[in-house]
Design a protein around this ligand. Structure first.
Ligand code: C5P
Length: 235
């Protein structure tokens, strides 16, 4: 039986429903955990979530909410009703926003999707953090602090680099989820990702979920690439 809290997520970064459906049609034996991001969601609306869910996939809806607590609570209630399995927000929205998000997500029967936080975007450098956000502390300290605030608010985990997964677990506990993009095969093309690790290395570093996009979606044989990821990551 597969551990539900460890898996490979496929980043379905396509711009239309037709492309996603063609891609998912390739998988006749397994149902990968699918990540739906802003581009696809804004192009196709909530129907894309319903359509992928109806095919039996688990879904991480990566919309990174960040607004006042009341607005985030109501928006999260809408996402929860779509029956997604995981969604996320920016920890920068502060603890009250994260707490309201959890309230919005919690369904009448007490169940809810997993909720994870973005700490600092990996596109933000220490210099930009200092100049634009007036945050003077080192990046790692900021990331760990945001993770611990997310933990204090009751969230389930963070998005981070596989290279940070161990430290997040040390600071927030082994059950606090680390969802990690930036994964490439040892013999693969890095594309625009800079600090990358292989699925096997991500496993050693303690990642709970790896998010893999182009190494699977752009592969000549996406199903074989997905299976290789699962094999290397889950063993
Ligand atoms: O194609 P690739 O494997 O690089 O896709 C990685 C996915 O993870 C993309 O959907 C990207 O937006 C997302 N992501 C990331 N780095 C982060 C957060 C999200 O690459 N820090």
């Amino acid at each position: 039986m597969r551990n539900l809290n460890k898996d490979v997520m496929v980043a379905c970064d396509f711009s239309s429903k037709a492309e996603v459906m063609d891609f998912l049609d390739l998988f006749t034996e397994e149902k990968p955990f699918v990540k739906i991001g802003m581009e696809l969601y804004y192009a196709e609306g909530p129907d894309i979530v319903r359509a992928v869910k109806a095919r039996g996939h688990r879904i991480f809806l990566d919309l990174k909410l960040h607004d006042i607590p009341n607005t985030v609570r109501k928006a999260m209630a809408v996402l929860s009703a779509l029956n997604v399995d995981m969604c996320n927000l920016h920890a920068a929205g502060t603890v009250p926003m994260m707490e309201e998000a959890l309230k919005g997500l919690t369904r009448a029967d007490g169940t809810r999707p997993l909720l994870i936080a973005v700490t600092q975007l990996t596109s933000t450098s220490e210099e930009r953090m200092r100049e634009d956000l007036l945050i003077e502390r080192p990046m790692e300290e900021v990331v760990m602090h945001y993770a611990s605030r997310a933990r204090a608010a009751g969230l389930d985990g963070v998005v981070c680099s596989p290279l940070e997964a161990g430290k997040v677990h040390d600071a927030c506990g082994s059950d606090f989820l680390t969802v990690t993009p930036g994964v490439r095969f040892a013999d693969g093309d890095k594309g625009d990702q800079v600090r990358v690790t292989t699925p096997a290395r991500a496993r050693e570093l303690g990642s709970d979920f790896i998010v893999v996009g182009r190494p699977i979606t752009q592969a000549n044989d996406p199903v074989a690439a997905y299976r290789r990821c699962v094999r290397e990551f889950l063993g």
